[in-house]
Design a protein around this ligand. Structure first.
Ligand SMILES: Cc1cc2nc3c(=O)[nH]c(=O)nc-3n(C[C@H](O)[C@H](O)[C@H](O)COP(=O)(O)O)c2cc1C
Length: 226
């Protein structure tokens, strides 16, 4: 059983999975553990659709890729990434992306392979299960607190998953097509998609799964005042 520190240090996003399903029992255990996530006023604003149905996942992925093919860049409820990237975040994004392409030996100008790698998000990297996390639109109408709570819930899911040997990749790529996901899953009108997380058993032999982008030194992000 990993300690909390081990779970934090060992987790990394996986992008190639074995064709091995996650049992409903394991999903329930992960979600039960994540339900202990704190939230402002204990409002527990997360609403999760745990989908393992292959046809439905394909339908959602197809709809997103079709939308992208039409040149639509997003159809979303919330804007996840900064509208205007500034440094040092811009630089970190570039370094992280470049590192992945270097590992995979993909040329900077090879737009076709890069697009294919982006499409892999919507094939769920071959994972058997995807958790789509929504909140009630009312929670984010002029307020952002529910986004903080649901972000903490995301990390709880990813850490709890490790206890069961389950690997994950969080996805903001689906955030960008949240309205397509909501339509294809036929969720109630009051729900807005925030993100998804793919879950499954990582293919340990897949090169892409060895990618572990570095973190900045503590001094770059922390100010101590004694
Ligand atoms: C909210 C959020 C959205 C993300 N969206 C994607 C995504 O759409 N596709 C993807 O491959 N990785 C995605 N990631 C994974 C990040 O690229 C990854 O967490 C980061 O590079 C650090 O690497 P690590 O998770 O392996 O430690 C996302 C991460 C977060 C937290």
């Amino acid at each position: 059983m990993p300690t909390v520190l081990e779970a934090l240090e060992n987790r990394s996003s996986k992008r190639a999975f074995l064709d091995k399903p996650l049992t409903k029992e394991t999903q329930e255990k992960i979600l039960q553990a994540a339900s202990h996530t704190p939230s402002g006023a204990n409002m527990q604003p997360w609403i999760t659709y745990a989908i393992s149905n292959k046809e439905l996942l394909k339908k959602v992925g197809d709809a997103i890729i079709e939308t992208m093919d039409k040149g639509v860049e997003h159809d979303q409820f919330i804007q996840y990434y900064p509208v205007k990237w500034v440094n040092p975040y811009k630089k970190r994004r570039v370094i992280t992306g470049a590192g992945l392409y270097k590992l995979m030996e993909v040329d900077r100008k090879d737009n076709e392979t890069r697009l294919q790698m982006w499409h892999d998000n919507f094939r769920w990297f071959g994972a058997s299960t995807v958790f789509f996390v929504f909140t009630d639109k009312a929670n984010i109408d002029g307020a952002q607190g529910a986004l903080i709570d649901c972000g903490a819930y995301m990390q709880s899911i990813m850490l709890a998953a490790q206890e069961f040997g389950v690997d994950t990749c969080p996805q903001g790529s689906t955030t960008e097509f949240g309205k397509i996901v909501a339509r294809e899953l036929d969720v109630p009108d009051n729900l807005a998609l925030l993100y998804s997380i793919v879950l499954g058993y990582a293919d340990k032999d897949a090169k892409i799964n060895s990618y572990q982008p570095a973190r900045v030194k503590l001094q770059e992000s922390v100010t101590f005042i004694d």
